[in-house]
Every structure is written in structure tokens, then in C-alpha cells.
Design a protein around this ligand. Structure first.
Ligand code: NDP
Ligand code: 2IT
Length: 449
């Protein structure tokens, strides 16, 4: 077992996020490999860890001052055993091969859990749309697609959004794809509602994360009503997590961006949330402005020298990390436990560091890893693809009901895999094992390819 990890560390010694994601899966699936030696003989895990294809390319563009810029674009085509490559694009200055490989690897298991025929991919660029004009973002997206288009197709590889890629970016990317291919197809998801998008796709990740928390609480015959919740970030996932929590009678007291966080003891109600959505998506402002509009709220700038994030240090029942990888360290996890948090449902991908995960598992709280809890986003992307293929459009109610059903079946699959392999209620093992078995069996069926 350790030879697999040794090989990964030796081959790509600097890909620390990728090592982190792979290490967790390798540990979880060890009992599955022990019970089913045919997986080991076929080197399934070794093959899953190696992306089927990695594309890296130059993205040149011209800024508003006539300066010529160059960014680095990527697409990781990770695994196509159960369907075409599927996964988001991230535009953020931190993007590199390690981060995209970890995200693509996680996507393999997540997409398998959705019950839909979706392979796994991830891509993006070290370009940050923050502070750029619409025209700069458009020129960047067009240049990015001028290379990426040749690798995509509605039955080949279907990107979507992630950090820094929302409705605006998907529009510009789709426009250029259509022009280059002279073809109107469902090649991206998260499209606008007038041109092939699905109702509930913007809401899907946040809603799904809340539905997963509801399922975990139902086991203890509890609901989200009156629960006090911590949410990080203020982007797409955070916004619709808060909306669904409010609909279910919970109270959200925190929200943030990469500069600082808001503590609003009275709760971020629907009207305040609409202001956040305007602030982030319309004005493209900063979360500190929330405290200007609602003086009862307290804004705290993040201080890089602290050994913890103060957002996670408030009395609460539930936490919904919705920003980025490794946003919860061991100290944050312990602070949450000390403050009464006993439900953690991850909207972000891999937001909890391994030492934090250990603390959640040791304390036997209801802890759902991102690859299970945030799978609602890609699941509704899958539903968008189905609607595009069938040339039909489902209603909000239809899509939300399907999303809820999918989240319930992901929860059930994780729970039953955790029980089958002797760690009942450990959703980390459950998600890794249930996702792994589906992809592994498909790879076995398809031979050495
Ligand atoms: P958005 O770009 O809409 O929002 C990102 C939010 O996270 C912003 O508030 C941003 O703050 C904050 N953020 C980003 N990087 C950091 C950082 N290094 N430290 C602190 N805060 C940070 O992205 P999404 O809401 O789409 O994505 C959020 C998370 O959810 C990601 O982990 C993504 O992978 C995951 N996810 C998204 C899905 C989707 O459908 N969109 C599906 C499944 C998972 P700022 O504005 O200051 O950068
Ligand atoms: O991490 C994720 O699952 C996403 N960013 C959404 C992917 C998708 O294809 O909708």
C-alpha cells in the first residue's frame, strides 16, 4: 500500500495537495483491496491516480491598457471509466497542477457517487478575475477557449464553473466555443437559462450540501430548524447554502471572503442575503461592505499571523465551509468542537486539513467530506446535460426534487459502505469506498486502457 504512495510522492514531489487527496483515499480503500485482490492485480488504484491526460497551455491576452499578459491554462482529464470527463474550471492566482490534480482526483469519486454517468476532470488558470474589467475577463476567456475547445465535446469533456468561474465566465467561454466549432451543444454546464442552462444549477451545490446535512441529522431524529450555523466565503456555494438554511429555519451567523469575515449575531436573513448576492455578483465588492450596510454586524480583517481562523471560533451547531482547500486546520477543528459544532457539511473541496478530519472523526460528529456533501453541483450539471441532449427543460420543482433524491442516495451509499467496511458513520471512508468501487468495477470491465 505504502508503495503506491511512495511512488506518487517520488514522481511528483511538490504536489502537496494531490498527495493529501490521494493519501486519504488510499487509506480508506485498503480494506476493499484486501477483500478484493483482483483490484490489486489489475493495479486499479495505480491507474486511477494517473490522469488519463493532462493538457497545459499558454493563454495570452491584452489588458485594458494595451499590456500583453500571459497566463497558464490547464485541463486534467482524469478518468473516463463511467462517462465523459466532467468537472469545473477554476480561475484563481493560486491555481497550479497540484491543486487541479487533487480536484480532478476528488471529482472521480464525487461523480461516481452522483449515480449519473459522469467521468472526472478539472481545469482552470492562474488568472484572477477579481479587479479585472468585464472586457478583460472576456478576452481572457476567449483566449483560454481558443486552445481548450479542441479537447472538449458534449460526449468528451464538459467543463463548468468553480472558484472565479461563474455565469459571466461560462457565457464568454461558451460564446467562443460555439464560434470555433460552429455548433450549439451542451459542452459547458452552468449556462444561462436562455441558452441551455438548467434551473437550480446555480443553487445546486449549496442546496445539496444542506440536504446532506439534513440527511445526517435525520439519523439522530433531528432537523436543521433553529440550528445556529457558521458559513465561510460569500461566493456561489456560500450564497445558496445560506438560502436553503434560511428556508429550513436555521440561522447563519458568519460569512467571509479572503480578506475578512462578518459575524452577524442576528442572522443573515433573506434580505441580507440578497444584498450579499448583489454585493458579490453585481457590484463585485468586498464582504466588509456588509458591515457598512448592517451596523449590527462585526467585520474582522483576517490576520495572517494567527494560528487559527476566528470565523470557526463562535458558538454554533453546524458548519458549512464553502471557500477553498485547507481552510480548517487542527486548531479550527478543535475550536469548533469546543464551541458545540456537531455537524460539518463541506461545500468546498477538501476544506479540512487531515489533522482536522481526525479531530472530527475522533469526536464522532456528523462530518461529511466535500466529495459527498458538495456533489449536488455536478449532479445538476449532469441533469443539465440530460436536458440539453433531450432538448427539454425541467421545472424548478422537478430539478430540486431530483437533486434532493440524489443527495439522499449519496448519503445512503456512503453510510452503507461505511458500515460494510466496519467504520459505521465514517462518511470519509464511506464516500471513498462507494465511489471507488463503482469506478474500479467499470475499469475492470473495460480492460487495460
Ligand atoms: P466563488 O468564486 O463563487 O466564491 C469563492 C469564495 O471563496 C469567495 O468568497 C472567495 O473570496 C473565497 N475564497 C477563495 N479562495 C479563498 C482563499 N484562499 N481564502 C479564503 N477565501 C477564499 O466559488 P464557489 O462558491 O463556486 O466555490 C467555493 C468552493 O466550493 C470551492 O472549494 C469549490 O471548489 C467548491 N465547489 C464549487 C462548486 C460549484 O458548483 N460552484 C461545486 C462543488 C464544490 P474572495 O472573493 O476574496 O476571493
Ligand atoms: O467541484 C465541483 O464539483 C464543481 N466545481 C462543479 C463541477 C461541475 O461540472 O458542475
Amino acid at each position: 500500500m505504502s508503495t503506491i504512495l511512495d511512488r506518487v510522492f517520488a514522481k511528483d514531489p511538490f504536489e502537496k495537495e494531490f498527495h493529501q487527496a490521494v493519501t486519504e483515499v488510499v487509506r480508506s480503500v485498503k480494506p476493499v483491496l484486501d477483500k478484493n485482490p483482483e483490484y490489486r492485480h489489475a493495479n486499479i488504484l495505480g491507474r486511477m491516480i494517473e490522469p488519463e491526460r493532462v493538457i497545459q497551455f499558454r493563454v495570452p491576452w491584452v489588458d485594458d491598457h494595451g499590456q500583453i499578459k500571459v497566463n497558464r491554462g490547464f485541463r486534467i482529464e482524469m478518468n473516463s471509466a463511467i462517462g465523459p470527463y466532467k468537472g469545473g474550471l477554476r480561475f484563481h492566482s493560486s491555481v497550479n497542477l497540484s491543486i487541479l490534480k487533487f480536484l480532478a482526483f476528488e471529482q472521480t469519486f464525487k461523480n461516481a457517487l452522483t449515480t449519473l454517468p459522469l467521468g472526472a476532470g478539472k481545469g482552470g488558470a492562474d488568472f484572477d478575475p477579481k479587479g479585472k474589467s468585464d472586457n478583460e475577463v472576456m478576452r481572457f476567456c476567449q483566449s483560454f477557449m481558443c486552445e481548450l475547445f479542441r479537447h472538449l465535446g458534449p460526449d468528451t469533456d464538459i467543463p463548468a464553473g468553480d472558484i472565479g468561474v461563474g455565469a459571466r465566465e461560462i457565457g464568454y467561454l461558451f460564446g467562443m466555443y460555439k464560434k470555433l466549432k460552429n455548433e450549439f451543444s451542451g459542452v459547458l454546464t452552468g449556462k444561462g437559462l436562455n441558452w441551455g442552462g438548467s434551473l437550480i444549477r446555480p443553487e445546486a451545490t449549496g442546496y445539496g450540501t444542506v440536504f446532506f446535512a439534513e440527511e445526517m441529522l435525520a439519523i439522530r431524529r433531528e432537523s436543521l430548524k433553529d440550528k445556529v450555523c457558521l458559513v465561510s466565503a460569500s461566493g456561489n456555494v456560500a450564497q445558496y447554502t445560506i438560502e436553503k438554511l434560511n428556508q429550513l429555519g436555521a440561522k447563519v451567523i458568519t460569512i467571509s471572503d479572503s480578506s475578512g469575515y462578518i459575524y452577524d449575531e442576528k442572522g443573515i436573513d433573506e434580505a441580507k442575503l440578497q444584498y450579499v448576492i448583489y454585493l458579490k455578483n453585481g457590484k463585485r465588492g468586498r464582504i466588509r461592505e456588509y458591515a457598512d450596510k448592517y451596523p449590527e454586524a462585526v467585520y474582522t480583517e483576517f490576520n495572517g499571523s494567527l494560528d487559527h481562523n476566528p470565523l470557526w471560533n463562535h458558538k454554533a451547531d453546524c458548519a458549512f465551509p464553502s471557500a477553498t482547500q485547507n481552510e480548517i486546520n487542527a486548531k479550527d477543528a478543535q475550536n469548533m468542537i469546543n464551541n458545540g459544532v456537531y455537524v460539518v457539511s463541506e461545500g468546498a473541496n477538501m476544506p479540512t486539513m487531515p489533522e482536522g478530519v481526525e479531530i472530527f472523526l475522533d469526536n464522532k460528529i456528523l462530518y461529511a467530506p466535500g466529495k459527498a456533501a458538495n456533489a449536488g453541483g455536478v449532479a445538476v450539471s449532469g441533469l443539465e446535460m440530460s436536458q440539453n441532449s433531450m432538448r427539454i427543460k425541467w421545472t424548478r420543482e422537478e430539478v430540486e426534487a431530483k437533486l434532493k433524491g440524489i443527495m439522499q442516495s449519496i448519503h445512503a451509499a456512503c453510510l452503507s459502505a461505511s458500515e460494510e467496511y466496519g467504520t459505521p458513520g465514517n462518511y470519509v471512508n464511506g464516500a471513498n469506498i462507494a465511489g471507488f468501487v463503482k469506478v474500479a468495477d467499470s475499469m475492470m470491465d473495460q480492460g487495460i486502457v
